[in-house]
Design a protein around this ligand. Structure first.
Ligand code: HEM
Length: 235
């Protein structure tokens, strides 16, 4: 790691945190999600799991996934924070390595494994496997671009990685929406089958959970001019 002097006259200072209203709401949202999601898994008791384990290895893989995914969510929130990036670039680099190697990569591999055996039907399984592959791919590509000092492309891949990581929050919201929309159709569309209803809700929820955040990320990347594409290292 090298230390370089900040080219003070050229650097555009980031807006102070109180003028970036999304940073703290995002932190609160992530905290609320984790406080709601994690407690059943902290005791490592399969009986507390919200998801019925279909095989012997499923629960350990699920807990592994949740542990690494938690590290990913927390570090990803820090990584996307402009103030931290621009004022503490060495923290950004270290936390970034934690996000990649102790967060997104192991969490996506474990997520893919449990997706293949998850008890929510094939539509949701295909969606989750694709999500895991995209999360893994965008993160690795973002890391490679940083190593190659191509920081404009690094930023683009990591914004996609961020959207996919945070899509788990959108997933939970869509789960409520599709339950409310589809439950009244139990006796009509689903012929009284609770299994069919549950699998349809899970399937549509997983697809909408990550496709919309990824589309939003692409829109965001498309509408903003490519800034700092050829800029020097952030630190
Ligand atoms: C973005 C890629 C991700 C993939 C592919 C993925 C995949 C999965 C799969 C397949 C399950 C089993 C249940 C199901 O089918 O819904 C699951 C459960 C779970 N995941 Fe993920 N996940 C991802 C991201 C995350 C993140 C970022 C977190 C944050 C901590 C997370 C936390 C959890 C939790 C807490 C559960 C247990 C579900 C519950 O208790 O409600 N996942 N995940």
């Amino acid at each position: 790691m090298t230390t370089t002097e900040q080219p003070a006259p050229q650097v555009r200072r980031p807006a102070p945190w109180w003028r970036r209203p999304w940073v703290f709401p995002l932190g609160l949202l992530v905290t609320a999600f984790l406080v709601f999601s994690l407690p059943p898994y902290l005791g490592l008791d399969p009986a507390q799991s919200r998801i019925p384990a279909p095989t012997g290895w499923y629960y350990p893989a699920l807990v592994t996934h949740i542990g690494f995914a938690t590290v990913a969510m927390v570090t990803c929130t820090l990584q996307i924070w402009p103030w931290l990036r621009q004022n503490h670039p060495s923290v950004h680099r270290r936390t970034g390595r934690v996000y990649v190697f102790a967060g997104a990569i192991p969490a996506s591999i474990a997520g893919c494994t449990i997706a293949l055996a998850a008890p929510f039907g094939p539509v949701g399984a295909v969606s989750n496997v694709l999500l895991a592959a995209l999360w893994f791919g965008c993160t690795v590509q973002g890391y490679r671009m940083a190593r190659a000092r191509r920081f404009g492309e690094h930023r683009r891949w990591m914004i996609r990685s961020f959207a996919l990581c945070m899509s788990i929050i959108s997933n939970r919201i869509w789960g409520v929406v599709w339950s409310v929309v589809l439950a009244p159709q139990l006796d009509t569309t689903f012929g009284g089958s609770e299994l069919a209803l549950g699998q349809q809700i899970a399937g549509i929820t997983t697809w909408t959970g990550w496709v919309f955040p990824l589309l939003a990320a692409e829109w965001w990347l498309g509408r903003r001019p490519r800034r700092r594409a050829d800029a020097p290292s952030p630190g």
